[in-house]
Design a protein around this ligand. Sequence first.
Ligand code: CU
Length: 284
Amino acid sequence: MRSRPRWTRWRASTSTLIFALAPLGAPTMRRAPVPVGVPQVVHVTAREFAFEMPDTLRAGVTTFRLRNVGQQPHHVMVYAVDRGHSLRDVYDALAAGGAHPGWMHAIGGPNAIIGPRESVATIDLPAGAYVVFCHIPSPDGRLHFTKGMLKSLVVIPAATPPADLPAGDVAVQLSDYAFTLSGPLKAGSHRIVITNRGSQTHELILSRLAPGKTTRDFVHWIEAQDGPPPVTPWGGVTDLGPGRSVVVDVRLEPGTYSVLCRVRDAGDGRPHDRHGMMMEVVVR
Ligand SMILES: [Cu+2]
């Protein structure tokens, strides 16, 4: 014998199911699309030496919009942290240098920017415990996270329907050790889908080269920090673990751009540009 409350509940769940599946074919759905989740937008303001941003986010697809009101370049590294590890553990692990420990997972974030431009990266953020930090060195050699640019972030489960990562107009694959673009980059706005197909964590540092300067000049400058930088930082994505994708919104001006990965190799500890993970892209 079936009781009435059960029947009512069954009907409710069936109609929900039909509603969810309808966009696959029902013509009536053209006028009444199923609402889909919209990425949450997180505004991050960076300066010497702090991040201004929420401490808690909801899980799902999230757009980080980084604005840097400081004088030095800053970026946002986003790492998920396994249970049982504190912010102090993260600090100690980062301060030790070398490859990051296995209990930290690179999720990707907006790479370095300075001045009025924004660095914009959309990532999928599962619920859990995270840290955000800046791993860029100061002129005195100390990394920004040691000066205050390290904070914890809690991502709580979301009740809203999940959004998909937005589609892009260009794809970039990261591998061990190369960047592969799906097509040319022209001046103007792009939505770039960056996917790590390698076995290690990689990043994409996008910088516009000053006239006459090369990516090798930039690498030399990163290591020596002498004189003014030969580039303008233009965003990209910070550390991104294998198999993950991030969508970066960028507005390109004509010029030559340097594309670089400085993640330290799991094998020999040298930065990936030393393994050939660097290229130049001419934008017209
Ligand atoms: Cu790399």
